[in-house]
Design a protein around this ligand. Structure first.
Ligand SMILES: [Zn+2]
Length: 192
């Protein structure tokens, strides 16, 4: 599903950008302090303690201004995404008994998540899980239902699954699901 690919990579990039900007800010502040201490004679050297500190403060502020603005932009973007996730939330959170029954039957009662080495977990399924997390706007539908053991259920948490996991799960499902239209996994609610 192209949509999940976009969502997943957009969020991964945001996370990476945040890490990069944090490193940039720390490094910029560090070098600003260092060059100010080593070569303070850029402007007439301050003679008082307050003067030294205010010079250093100005240097640090100038150095972190650009990454600082970018961090603010990033935080605003993340907030917008989060509020849209909340607006997408399916009013129905719990799967119906019918969905549970069909989902468990589709999985043959076995956990559909992954144990080690990208292979299917061998434990019996105990939970019906939202593949695309409910809290992030995942649908309470049979397509978004995955059968999971309690260990995989806990390990998965409310993270958006990677597209690689989605592809592997669909490939495995194409072997054990009885109907072709039961292979697809993951569904997200439209914005209201
Ligand atoms: Zn499992």
């Amino acid at each position: 599903m192209l949509e999940l690919k976009l969502i997943y990579w957009a969020r991964q990039s945001l996370r990476l950008a945040m890490v990069a900007l944090t490193i940039w800010i720390i490094a910029a502040a560090f070098f600003a302090v260092r060059s100010n201490t080593l070569h303070p004679a850029v402007s007439p050297r301050a003679t008082t303690v307050t003067g030294v500190f205010s010079q250093m403060f100005d240097a640090v502020l100038a150095a972190v201004a650009l990454p600082g603005v970018l961090v603010v932009v990033l935080i605003v973007t993340v907030r917008v995404i989060q509020s849209r996730d909340v607006r997408r939330r399916d009013p129905v959170r719990r799967f119906t008994r019918q969905q549970r029954r069909e989902g468990m039957a589709r999985a043959g009662g076995q956990c559909e998540m992954e144990g080690g080495f990208s292979r299917r977990c061998s434990r019996p399924a105990e939970h019906g899980d939202h593949f695309y997390p409910w809290s992030k706007g995942g649908s309470t539908s049979l397509q978004n239902f995955v059968a999971a053991c309690s260990k995989c259920n806990r390990a998965k948490g409310a993270r958006i699954p990677s597209t690689a996991l989605q592809e592997r799960l669909e490939r495995r499902r194409s072997v054990y699901a009885l109907f072709d239209d039961a292979v697809r996994v993951g569904a997200r609610q439209p914005l209201p």
